[in-house]
Design a protein around this ligand. Structure first.
Ligand code: NAP
Ligand code: MG
Length: 497
């Protein structure tokens, strides 16, 4: 379908009024709680669907199914069988992408016009399909006297508990499902309360793709209940988590009992550095998009904008201008550049940071409030916002806001900006805008973060590892590094003397 032809938003085929169910052992079942949670459209406050309010016993049932699948038929699937399943899933996701991305748009607000074009989930699945047949160990020479052969094999870690946030629901889910299928693990997926629908739809497509029952289980519900049950479950071998450092600490502690493998994709307060010699026609819109994209609800948003003193005013005015021109509205409207925040909670949080910025003495250059047009008054819409005269030690510059807020900080030279860029507990993304290649490499080497984007921001590819330093977490997603997080290495020694 061409981009110009929108599909029908209402009624959405997945929103048929019936309460959703859990996917356990290849079957759609009710929660033991018998209760549901409403899921709301942040653009107008309307209820979209009811999702099961899952319990610890639901998680337990899902883990039992996942363990059985891990040891059963699935374990006898060859890498080529798993590859074919991933290709079938990729084809199904691609064929249904408009509807799946619309579920995300309706549930968490992201502009549909962008979501449906990027189709990142499809690219990820193709990449994992390709990688499924490349996993192998090594033959390693050893120095033992006599004749010993030593080699390694890579084996799936087992049952994985995958817990994801709401800010990029389809991509997050596929980023967890892909490596499970590629390596031969099985999983219990816990989507975020605010955005579970696309995960449930992906579950249907996993069934349709012929993935055996129990390999992909989906348990919705509240994090403190179902997420906590996953973190503590003695028969889960690994937790793959994406979310906030606060929740991550709970998971680290709860996972200690059976020493689970963990990967942690957490938050950020990423520095984006613009030098005076940068191509400002690229750096200004690039720096604005680095924060305003997805209404600032991006873990690697370039929310600390460091600008060299000489061009500070020009860049600050430039990004504020870009922000003011964005069309803010419901994500389902094809004209929309920036949608609402995901929830009332997130809205209150972002609004409170507008006050924090003003109270700390930062200068509000643009935005800084709620959008009050009648058409938007029932949604969680805020203005793209720029603060200048920010010091790196202000809360505005140190705390992750997860909203469309730029904190602009001046600097004089590369030593100063390298020091300030690293003066944060986080280390996820970073940007450098300059036409001087030496400066770009010099700063890239000094920034302590999992990604440095030079003259671009948020470039991503399934083959290139993504993840954090410091409080932004550990482990990587994408790249062969991600597959290794789902594999154990076994050494085999053979005395053939
Ligand atoms: P969050 O509150 O940590 O929630 C993430 C997930 O954890 C949700 O599914 C949540 O369930 C669940 N959860 C909550 N409490 C739990 C507990 N005690 N035990 C186990 N699981 C629990 O994070 P969020 O506010 O939804 O998402 C925003 C954060 O995610 C930001 O910090 C952002 O930077 C980070 N993020 C990082 C990346 C990355 O790749 N590095 C990507 C996207 C987002 P409920 O929804 O039911 O609460
Ligand atoms: Mg939450």
């Amino acid at each position: 379908m061409s981009v110009e032809q929108p599909v029908a938003v209402n009624p959405h085929p997945f929103l048929d009024g019936r309460p959703k169910r859990l996917l356990i052992d290849g079957k759609w079942v009710d929660s033991d709680s018998g209760q549901t949670l409403p899921t709301l459209n942040p653009a107008n406050g309307e209820m979209l669907a009811e999702i099961p309010d899952g319990t610890a016993s639901d998680v337990d049932r899902a883990v039992t199914a996942a363990r059985r699948a891990f040891e059963g038929e699935w374990s006898r699937w060859s890498p080529y069988d798993r590859q074919r399943a991933l290709v079938r899933l990729a084809d199904l996701v691609e064929a249904n992408y408009d509807d799946i991305s619309m579920l995300d748009t309706l549930e968490m607000g992201a502009p549909w016009s962008r979501a449906r074009i990027s189709r990142r989930a499809v690219g990820l699945l193709h990449w994992f399909a390709a990688m499924a047949v490349t996993i192998h160990g090594e033959t390693i020479p050893n120095s033992l006297p006599g004749q010993f052969l030593s080699y390694t094999v890579k084996e799936p870690v087992g049952v994985v508990g995958s817990i994801i946030p709401w800010n990029g629901p389809t991509t997050s889910a596929i980023w967890k499902i892909g490596p499970v299928l590629a390596t031969g693990c099985t999983m219990v997926l816990k989507p975020a309360e605010e955005a579970s629908l696309s995960s449930l739809r992906l579950g249907e497509l996993c069934v349709e793709a012929g993935i055996p029952g129990g390999v992909v289980n989906i348990v919705t519900g509240r994090g403190e209940v179902t997420g906590a049950a996953i973190a503590a479950h003695p028969d889960i071998d690994k937790v793959a988590f994406t979310g906030s450092p606060e929740t991550a600490r709970h998971i680290v502690r709860a996972s200690a009992g059976n020493m689970k493998r963990l990967t942690m994709e957490l938050g950020g307060k990423s520095p984006n550095v613009v030098f005076a010699d940068a191509d400002l026609d690229a750096a200004i819109p690039g720096s604005a998009t680095a924060v305003f994209m997805n209404c600032g609800q991006v873990c690697s948003a370039g929310s600390r904008l460091f600008v060299e003193e000489k061009i500070y005013d020009r860049v600050v005015e430039g990004v504020a201008d870009v922000g003011s021109q964005l069309r803010v509205g419901p994500g389902s409207d094809l004209q929309t550049d920036m949608g609402p925040l995901v929830s009332e909670q997130q809205f209150s949080r972002v609004m409170s940071y507008f006050d924090v910025g003003r109270d700390e003495g930062a200068h509000q250059v643009s935005g800084g409030g709620r959008l009050r047009e009648p058409a938007l008054e029932n949604g969680w819409f805020v203005e793209p916002t720029v603060f200048s005269q920010v010091h790196n030690d202000m809360r505005l510059a140190q705390e992750e806001i997860f909203g469309p807020v730029i904190a602009a900080i001046p600097f004089n030279d590369i030593d100063e900006v390298a020091r300030l860029a690293n003066a944060t507990p986080y280390g996820l993304g970073s940007g450098v805008w300059t036409t001087d290649v030496r400066k770009a490499h010099a700063l890239a080497a000094r920034i302590r973060a999992g990604a440095v984007w030079v003259n671009c921001y948020q470039a991503m590819d399934p083959a290139v590892p993504f993840g954090g330093y410091k409080l932004s977490g550990y482990g990587r997603e994408s790249g062969i590094q991600q597959l290794d997080e789902y594999l154990n290495v076994k050494a085999v020694w053979v005395n053939h003397g």
